[in-house]
Design a protein around this ligand. Sequence first.
Ligand SMILES: [Zn+2]
Length: 241
Amino acid sequence: MYSGGVDSVGVLYRLLTDDAYAAFAIRVHHMQLINREKRAAAEKQAVNQTLKLFAGKKFRPFTFTHCLHDYSFMKRDMIWDMDIANFMAANICAGDRDIVHVARGRTRTDLKTGGEMLLKRSERAMNIFNAIIEPSKSEATIIYPVIDLDKTEIWQMLPKPFREASWYCRTPIYDKAGKAYPCNRCVTCREMREVYEACGEKPPVLPKGLVPTPKEGIRAVVKRVQTSRATFTKKAAMKKA
Ligand SMILES: [Zn+2]
């Protein structure tokens, strides 16, 4: 399952270069997830750019498929990406028994900083995966090719063009041409700031004129949801009339 994110690019880099995976036929699947974080376009740019690099002669061959999940109508809540990724992966494996492993991008950093929340979310996502796999004829399992690395080590493993082409921010800012920039304030941007520092590098800065979206307070969220509900009801009433 490929997102174009740094961890995910690290996984694919290992799968296509490490001798331990030389006998594997690699199928890359990108699940484009449209939600209120507006990450989908930035991730798609990263997927396209990194796969172009992986298509070079230095790497083993792979095939590519993708799907689109549009949940942009959810204004307040979101579907957890880990849940939906495991749901999709399990269904793909149940339908194609040639697939024996699903590679996911968990890192040593996730294990260290994820805490209780990550454990709970992982358990739920695994239950979703197993609920579909167990009654099927698939014996697919989930593997974690970069679980021994922390984020900094993944960054150091990737050649510079791959680092520049991969994505990490949860709430990207887009310029007029649609190019995505990291917000430099979300949780993954904060994690990456430490990675850049450890490697003696500087995170990309927002071009002049682009400002991060202000963090939305709970009152603003409630107001936005109420307005959106009122508009929806009004539109439905007009349709009826
Ligand atoms: Zn960010």
